[in-house]
Write a protein that binds this ligand. Structure first.
Ligand SMILES: Nc1ncnc2c1ncn2[C@@H]1O[C@H](COP(=O)(O)OP(=O)(O)O)[C@@H](O)[C@H]1O
Ligand SMILES: [Mg+2]
Length: 356
């Protein structure tokens, strides 16, 4: 056997980068796609020694746990809007840049869109302008942070500073820390800041309002475009800064400055929706790494896959990962209705399926 699965596993193992740290972010931006993995026939698998079979299955499991990002229509639309928002990074530093907000339920690909867009932006900026600025600092076109459950305004500054450096002086006061962040953003020529898990801010509460005001202040101060991501933000009156009603919509600065990108599940009630769902399944099909999966193995089960996942792309990729795991281990080598039904899914998908 010329192809070594053990070697593949060693070279393509799961990447454990933390995107909220410069080192992890750069590793993510530099990583290329995995080398394709050849599939063995059932007869070839039967000849493998036990260790080789284990390596083969580990390689396949790693592959199917990292399905490629599919350019769905929604991803395409989100990227188009993000391109328009990003155009504001060309504004001179005295002008406020724009903000894009990816909003929708969990598991619909908001983080995936934001991170892959930012990665592309990072790479093209470095390609055009070089890895270092004219003053010799490392160029970091993007900084990424994730809010936590109780992130305070100062906590947000600490998180931002921690993206750039390990030694953040957390004991200094917020004003001083804001200066540190401003210096880091300026010296590394950061043009875009991605903030994930924004639903931890509830602008209807006092603390949430404080953090949301702080975010506005940052957007003014750090001439960067922002890509914000969160669950149910419109419902939490994020855009109207905690105020209900149309009037608030007209007056709130956040509403004026940010462009919402709503993310929704797939639907199969319209012919166009059905086509979109089948397109997605067709694009994922070559990645199942099963010896006896016939062409159309996923689209043949389009309705069952929809019923199990309610069109949530995150539930779908989990379902495929688990179903393939069963098919590898049990030597089934294809996805049958029985295998797809046997997989236990996330709580939300399971509850919705039973209710539906
Ligand atoms: N465009 C896509 N193509 C393939 N898989 C995707 C895509 N978008 C999301 N996924 C899958 O769904 C999972 C959940 O996506 P994520 O971006 O974390 O959702 P959200 O941030 O909306 O909760 C991802 O881990 C990935 O496996
Ligand atoms: Mg997310």
């Amino acid at each position: 056997m010329s192809f070594s699965y053990a070697q593949w596993v060693a070279q393509n193992r799961t990447a454990r980068y933390r995107l909220s740290r410069k080192s992890g972010w750069l590793a993510y931006c530099d990583s290329g796609p995995r080398v394709d993995l050849p599939i063995l026939s059932r007869a070839e698998t039967a000849l493998l020694a036990e260790d080789d079979l284990e390596d083969y299955n580990l390689a396949r499991r790693t592959w199917v746990s990292n399905l490629p990002i599919v350019r769905t229509q929604q991803v395409h639309h989100a990227f188009t809007v993000l391109d328009q928002v990003t155009a504001s990074t060309l504004r001179d530093g005295d002008r406020v840049r724009a903000t894009a907000v990816l909003d929708g339920p969990s598991g619909l690909g908001k983080t995936t869109v934001a991170m892959s867009y930012c990665r592309q932006f990072h790479r093209s900026t470095i390609r055009a302008l070089g890895s270092h600025t004219a003053t010799g600092d490392q160029r970091l076109p993007v900084a990424a942070v994730q809010l936590g459950h109780k992130t305070t305004p100062k906590g947000l500054l600490v998180k931002l500073a921690s993206f750039y450096t390990e030694n953040v002086a957390t004991s200094i006061n917020s004003d001083r820390l804001a200066e540190v962040v401003l210096d880091l953003v300026t010296s590394c020529e950061t043009e875009m800041i991605a903030i994930d898990e924004l639903h931890f801010i509830d602008p209807r509460t006092k603390d949430g309002k404080g953090l949301s005001n702080h975010l506005k202040w940052l957007a003014n101060e750090l001439s960067c475009a922002f890509i914000l991501t969160g669950i149910g933000l419109a419902k939490k009156q994020f855009f109207t800064e905690g105020l209900p009603g149309d009037e608030a919509n007209a007056t709130a600065q956040t509403s004026r400055r940010s462009t919402a990108i709503p993310m929704v599940p797939f639907t199969i009630v319209t012919p166009a929706g059905q086509r979109g769902w089948k397109d997605l399944l067709n694009q994922l099909e070559p990645h199942l790494k099963l010896a006896e999966a016939e062409p159309g193995v996923l689209t043949d089960h389009a309705d069952l896959l929809f019923a199990r996942t309610q069109g949530h792309i995150g539930s779908l990729t989990t379902l495929l990962e688990r179903a393939c795991g069963i098919a590898y281990r049990a030597d089934i080598e294809t996805l049958t209705e029985e295998v797809l039904t046997r997989v236990v899914l996330d709580n939300a998908a399971e509850l919705s399926r039973r209710a539906g």
